[in-house]
Write a protein that binds this ligand. Sequence first.
Ligand SMILES: C[S@@+](CC[C@H](N)C(=O)[O-])C[C@H]1O[C@@H](n2cnc3c(N)ncnc32)[C@H](O)[C@@H]1O
Length: 196
Amino acid sequence: MMSWKTRRWDLYAPYYDKLIGFEHLRRRSLDLARLQPGERLLVDGCGTGLDLPLIRSGIEVDAVDLSPGMVEQARRKSAAARIQVMDAQQLTFPDATFDCVLLHLIVAIVPEPLRCLREAGRVLKPGGRIMLFDKYFHGPGQPRLIRRLLNPLMKFLVTDLNLRTLDLAAQAGFEIVHEEPAMLNGMFRIARLEKV
Ligand SMILES: C[S@@+](CC[C@H](N)C(=O)[O-])C[C@H]1O[C@@H](n2cnc3c(N)ncnc32)[C@H](O)[C@@H]1O
């Protein structure tokens, strides 16, 4: 049986675009990806497909999400991308398939974030890059008290606010070549990771 962590996204799918946008941050992440014509891109955990219309033409795009409701919404946004129901922690693509993987607002949501990062690394070609746009904890010490207090509810409803995603990315074998605050006082951040 599907867990709440998976099923909740089918419930959210019809309303997602009314609440979530972040177009300028998606564009910033895509700019930093520096995609070239002919390259292959995986939009991992694509949700309703808000990134898809922003991707320049000439890129070969695959997109996956575990929620059938999300995939249905994403298919309405792009006729060109191949969009499938698939678990980001267990991708069915062969090794070294993609030049770039977008991980936008997904790593802090899946049950096993390190596994998700390792899978993204497996399907990346040598020298490939990951664009991470997410909320994560970045810095010494502990997250602020308010973040720690809110986190159990946020994890149940949506996402972990305090994951140390960059440490996990390093464990998964990535070099963090660029990192910047994006929104809400640096709670949301954008990073470019390269496979070493
Ligand atoms: C916050 S939404 C982000 C969607 C999209 N990337 C965006 O930027 O708007 C998180 C997405 O992760 C998907 N998801 C959750 N667990 C997943 C998994 N194990 N594999 C693939 N997708 C998953 C959900 O269905 C949901 O669409």
